[in-house]
Design a protein around this ligand. Structure first.
Ligand SMILES: [Zn+2]
Length: 254
């Protein structure tokens, strides 16, 4: 039955007259093709822990930034690290958030205006941090839900000024970031998705018991151990070719 299935999809070889021989031959061709594509998939799909280890190594040579600066590249991806959060890959700090920016913003605007000096509406990173800070101090879920609402839908928007300042202080005192200069927006967004997918699936990079993110509202943050929710557990993981390209981009950033 399987040979007749394959014979529908594989073009018949004209040099074989016998119908049976043609089916046998097509079945073999299909088997060979199957093995070929399986091999391709294995080559392209590398071990997630190995890929994650390589991301940490590639970034390790780059400058640490403790606040946004005019010297930042115009376009790129950023990687946040957090005090007390270490990676078993290398015993150094692990990546706890990855992000980028669209075409209408620069990297500095994204980091400065949205994350460091913005508010929870313009930065999902700040929103996640705020939920965790509120939960850690015992705020009820109703209060945390209010924090998560958009300005237009929340009559209590201004009541969270204290939490916004606490997010500012937490970002400045407990985090630093690294950046990779990437000009092409499609490439930036491709890397953002694949890197988040790879790190969130890594069994080696796990959050500490004391990690602030353990208090986060988002289950994806708590489970993945990173301050991201988009692309967490996406199937679009990094390949060896992607990592070679990322390494090249990191060296060009130096
Ligand atoms: Zn890892």
């Amino acid at each position: 039955m399987r040979s007749s299935f394959f014979s529908i999809y594989i073009p018949l070889r004209t040099d074989i007259n016998s119908d049976i021989n043609a089916k046998v031959s097509n079945y073999k061709l299909a088997q060979d093709l199957g093995i070929y594509f399986l091999r391709l998939r294995v080559v392209n799909r590398m071990d997630v822990a190995e890929a994650c280890k390589q991301i940490h190594e590639i970034l390790d040579v780059l400058l640490r930034w403790y606040k946004p600066s005019n010297s930042l590249p115009t376009n790129g991806i950023y990687f946040f690290y957090e005090e007390g959060e270490l990676s078993a890959h290398n015993g150094k700090q692990r990546i706890v958030r990855v992000g980028t920016h669209g075409q209408s913003r620069t990297l500095k605007q994204r980091l400065g205006n949205d994350h460091y000096n913005g508010n929870r509406e313009g930065s999902v990173f700040r929103k996640h941090l705020g939920t965790a800070l509120l939960k850690r101090t015992g705020a009820p879920d109703t209060r945390i839900s209010e924090w998560r609402k958009k300005r237009k839908k929340s009559p209590h928007w201004k009541e969270f000024e204290g939490t916004e300042r606490e997010v500012d202080e937490t970002l400045r005192s407990r985090f630093f970031f690294r950046v990779i200069d990437i000009d092409n927006v499609d490439e930036r967004q491709m890397f953002e998705e694949k890197i988040i997918a790879t790190i969130s699936a890594c069994p080696v990079c796990r959050p500490s018991e004391k990690w602030l993110g353990n208090f986060a509202w988002s289950e994806k943050v708590r489970r993945s151990g990173i301050w991201n929710s988009n692309f967490v557990y996406s199937h679009a993981r990094l390949t060896e070719k992607d990592l070679m390209r990322l390494k090249q981009l990191a060296y060009e950033t130096l």
